[in-house]
Ligand binder design. Structure first.
Ligand code: G
Ligand code: G
Ligand code: NA
Ligand code: MN
Length: 254
C-alpha cells in the first residue's frame, strides 16, 4: 500500500521517466528504433527499475495511470522524432490489466487523436504472449482496435506462453519477440537453440517480423543473423539509456 501511494505521487510529481534501448535491423545494420522502459527517478533511492514497483500496481488503478503516461510520452517522442526526420520506431510495454480493460481502446485512441498515420505506424505495443492468450474476446477486440489505428503489435516474451498455433495465426500481431531466456544461452544449450530455430521458422511461415532480445555477445548476434532473425536488442549493443544518450548512441551507430 505504501508503494502504491508512492507510485501515485511519483506520477504526479513527474518522477517517472522512459529509458530507451536501441533495436538493430540486421539487414541494413541501422537502428530500427527503441524499446521504451519505465524508470522511477526516486528522490532518495535514485533510478529504480520496474522490479521495484510494477507488481505492486498491477490490477490497481495505477496500472492504467502508468500505461497512459507511457503511451502519451511515446507519442510525444514519436512526433519529435518525425520533426527531426528520425525514422525510429518506438516499442512500449503495457501492463496486462490495462491492456485487458474496457478503457484501453479509448485510452489508446485518445492518445493518438490528431496524430498522422505515418507517425502512428511507428508505435509498437508489446503485449506479453501470456496476455494475448487471456480472455480472448477482449484481446482480439483490443488488438483489432490497435490495428485500425495503424499501431503495430508485438508478442513479447514469445515462447514462454504455450500459444496454440491455431490461435497464434489469428492474432493480428506483426512482430514476435523471442524471450531473452532462450537467446542468452542459445550457444551453450541445445534445447534453447532448437527453440530459437523453431520460432524463426514460425515467424517466417507466418510472415511476422522477428526480434531477438537479450543479445549479449557478437557470437549470439552472428548465430541469429545466420538463422534469419530480423532485429536484435540487448546489452551487446546498449543498455536502456535516457533519451538524449539513446539518440546520440543511435546517430553514432554504424
Ligand atoms: O527495464 P527492465 O529490464 O527492468 O524491465 C523489467 C520488466 O518490466 C520487463 O519485463 C518489461 O517488460 C517491464 N516494463 C518495463 N517498462 C515497462 C512499462 O512502461 N510498462 C509496463 N507495464 N512494463 C514495463
Ligand atoms: O520483458 P521485456 O522484453 O520487456 O524486458 C526488457 C528488459 O530486458 C529491459 O528492461 C532490459 O533491462 C532487459 N534487457 C535488455 N537487454 C538485455 C540483455 O542483453 N540481457 C539481459 N539480461 N537483460 C536485458
Ligand atoms: Na518488452
Ligand atoms: Mn521481453
Amino acid at each position: 500500500i505504501r508503494v502504491l501511494d508512492q507510485v501515485g505521487s511519483a506520477l504526479r510529481e513527474q518522477q517517472m521517466e522512459l529509458y530507451y534501448q536501441p533495436k538493430i535491423c540486421f539487414r541494413n545494420r541501422t537502428v530500427n528504433g527503441f524499446e521504451a522502459l519505465i524508470r522511477w527517478n526516486h528522490p532518495k533511492e535514485g533510478i529504480l527499475g520496474p522490479g521495484h514497483f510494477l507488481e505492486h500496481i498491477e490490477y490497481t488503478e495505477y496500472a492504467r495511470t502508468l500505461g497512459n503516461f507511457v503511451i502519451r510520452e511515446a507519442v510525444k517522442q514519436l512526433v519529435e522524432f518525425a520533426r527531426q526526420d528520425l525514422p525510429y520506431t518506438l516499442s512500449i510495454n503495457l501492463s496486462p490489466s490495462h491492456f485487458l480493460s474496457q478503457q484501453f481502446r479509448d485510452d489508446i485512441s485518445g492518445a493518438l487523436e490528431g496524430c498522422p498515420r505515418d507517425i502512428r505506424a511507428k508505435l509498437i505495443l508489446e503485449i506479453l504472449e501470456t496476455t494475448a492468450m487471456d480472455d480472448t474476446e477482449t484481446v482480439l477486440q483490443n488488438l483489432k482496435a490497435c490495428r485500425e489505428l495503424g499501431v503495430d503489435i508485438s508478442l513479447d516474451d514469445f515462447g514462454t506462453g504455450y500459444s496454440s498455433l491455431d490461435y497464434f495465426r489469428r492474432l493480428p500481431a506483426q512482430e514476435i519477440k523471442i524471450d531473452r531466456s532462450f537467446v542468452m544461452d542459445m550457444l551453450n544449450d541445445a534445447d534453447d537453440s532448437m527453440i530459437v530455430s523453431a520460432i524463426v521458422s514460425l515467424s517466417k511461415s507466418f510472415k511476422r517480423r522477428l526480434v531477438a532480445e537479450g543479445i549479449e555477445s557478437a557470437d549470439v548476434e552472428r548465430k541469429l543473423i545466420e538463422l534469419g532473425c530480423d532485429i536484435g536488442q540487448g546489452f551487446f549493443y546498449s543498455k536502456p539509456l535516457p533519451l538524449p544518450e539513446a539518440v546520440s548512441w543511435a546517430s553514432a551507430y554504424q
